[in-house]
Design a binder for this molecule. Structure first.
Ligand code: F6R
Ligand code: MG
Ligand code: MG
Length: 380
């Protein structure tokens, strides 16, 4: 069995929250190379999207392995030291725990891991997002694994025709449920259509029970109880054979659908599929971006990557993302560009409300005969 672990964190931005400094990438490279030399890892690939560092690792220690998680944690700590020396922005921002305590989950970084029996040929795609959040993959996962208009294989390919099972997490209540597509999609959409609360964690092929996809669902603000940066997500998807084809896996991103994130993690914006060379948010700290790295596994070795969105067939999606972004920007501080109050990562509401508390008056309504009715509300 081979485990693929994609573990990521923002440990300092260059410049501001826009990109990754090469010295931070070099730390990732150096630390994971040492781990490969001492036999902990079979292989690794270090990459980035915006200000987030992604450690893509293969090994045979299973999911939630303490040594592998500690390697990721220690790498982020060493990277943070370099970030502090360079005074990069927000050095160590996602490392919320004081010390490593056995598992990276709940400590700040995001993780997506799957243990698989490597097939004779095992194409996988690792997705890396910035300026968006856990739950951003609900819509594309639904399209990949439950929508025949996206994935004709669901209709015309025998190994996919039995449908897929979706493991969905309630990220606030810390509960989970598994629902089956196609027969339970209407029930499923009640939940996953609200990605701020419900996030698809895993997807399985129902005919053979094999895992097809896993995404990070870590919510930084829920871990810390306050805003600490966005939980820019990662996801691993297996392709071909009993899974959607590579082209079916990346097809949902031809629509730059709207996600939460962007400026100050408090806005709706289009998710723009980009190549690594464009994985640097700029306008209004965005728009939210997504990179897709394709690999062939060969006995755990990561053959690749191929930069999947580095292709003119995604130019339209990028152009549309710019158009949607410009239109949303016209709304300035108004919803639906700005997130609803309870979902904003930054807010001055408590302070402003306290300052103005005395100035709120009970509303006074005039009835149709002109008489002034009693105040309709008690004002504290
Ligand atoms: C969003 C993000 C940025 C920052 C913004 C303000 O996920 O990282 O948009 O929120 O640049 O950053 P601070 O509050 O650090 O000045
Ligand atoms: Mg940052
Ligand atoms: Mg980020």
């Amino acid at each position: 069995m081979i485990t693929i672990s994609s573990i990521k964190a923002d440990i300092g931005g260059f410049v501001g929250h826009s990109a990754m400094h090469p010295d931070i990438l070099a730390v990732g490279q150096e630390e994971l190379e040492k781990a490969k030399q001492r036999g902990l890892l079979i292989d690794y690939h270090v990459s980035y999207c915006g200000d987030d560092l992604f450690l893509i690792m293969t090994h045979d220690h299973g999911e939630d392995n303490e040594e592998v998680h500690k390697l990721a944690w220690d790498t982020f700590i060493t990277g943070t030291e370099v970030a502090k020396k360079l005074k990069l922005y927000g050095a160590g921002q996602d490392l919320l725990a004081d010390a490593f305590s056995g598992n990276i989950k709940g400590a700040g970084p995001g993780s997506a891991e799957m243990e698989i029996e490597e097939r004779p040929s095992e194409p996988i795609i690792v997705f890396m997002g910035d300026k968006t959040s856990a739950g951003a993959f609900n819509l594309p996962l639904y399209k990949m694994f439950a929508d025949a208009f996206n994935t004709p294989g669901l209709v015309i390919a025998e190994p996919l025709h039995g449908g897929f099972a979706f493991e969905i997490q309630d990220v606030k209540e810390h509960t989970q449920i598994t629902l089956n597509a196609p027969e339970e999609v209407y029930d499923m959409l009640v939940f996953i259509g609200a990605p701020n609360r419900y996030a698809v964690k895993r997807v399985f092929n129902r005919l053979n029970g094999e895992i097809a996809a896993v995404s990070s669902t870590d919510k930084l603000s829920l871990i810390a109880g306050r805003y600490v940066g966005k939980d820019d997500p990662t996801m691993v998807v297996r392709c071909q054979g009993s899974f959607p084809a590579v082209g079916e896996v990346i097809e949902p991103f031809s629509t730059p659908f709207i996600v939460e994130g962007w400026m100050r993690g408090s806005h709706h914006g289009p998710l723009m599929p980009v190549s690594l060379k464009d994985a640097h948010p700029a306008r209004f700290d965005g728009p939210p971006r997504l990179v897709a790295l394709g690999f062939q596994l060969a006995n755990g070795k990561l053959i690749g990557p191929r930069d999947m969105f580095d292709d003119p067939s995604y130019d339209d999606a990028r152009a549309k993302a710019n158009e949607i972004g410009s239109f949303l920007r016209l709304h300035g501080p108004f919803e639906p560009h700005r997130l609803p109050l309870e979902e904003m990562e930054y807010t001055t509401m408590p302070a402003v409300a306290a300052k103005l508390a005395d100035r709120w008056q009970a509303t006074v309504e005039k009835s149709s005969d002109g008489a002034v009715a009693a105040a309709t509300a008690e004002v504290e």
